[in-house]
Design a protein. Structure first.
Length: 135
């Protein structure tokens, strides 16, 4: 007498591998996709010039790490330094101004200076930087 086994039932297919694939695709597109807002117009950032000599003359406004200011090497209060620059700009509208800020100076100390220089009519302002290694 032969006893036959019933045919094995087909196991239902699992969707776990499909869920894994969808998850990996989601992560991939989140990493590759751009999450920032795009500008409605073309923006070309400025190009830094390293190795080029800074033009001579003009004025140098130095900003210390704690926000203290010096104009052409002489420490001055903020109001005094800006007043001297305002006077020099009325005498020479093409005055070249260098802003030499300490690397640890907070941006909130530097940007308002640049805005005030622009409001005074300064046209040529250069931020002095140190090139990184390998540049």
């Amino acid at each position: 007498m032969k006893i036959s086994r019933p045919p094995p039932k087909d196991l239902p297919e699992t969707i776990v591998p499909l869920i894994d694939v969808v998850f990996f695709l989601l992560v991939f597109f989140m990493l590759v996709g751009r999450m920032d807002a795009t500008s409605p117009f073309e923006v070309l950032p400025p190009v830094a010039q390293t190795g080029a000599d800074m033009p001579g003359g003009g004025a140098t406004l130095s900003v210390a790490a704690d926000g203290a200011l010096a104009l052409d090497g002489a420490p001055l209060e903020r109001a005094s330094a800006l007043e001297v620059l305002r006077t020099r700009l009325t005498q020479d509208a093409a005055l070249f101004i260098r802003v030499n800020a300490h690397r640890d100076a907070e941006l909130r100390r530097v940007l308002p200076l640049l805005a005030e220089l622009e409001a005074m009519g300064a046209r040529d302002v250069a931020l002095v930087v140190t090139p990184g290694e390998g540049q």
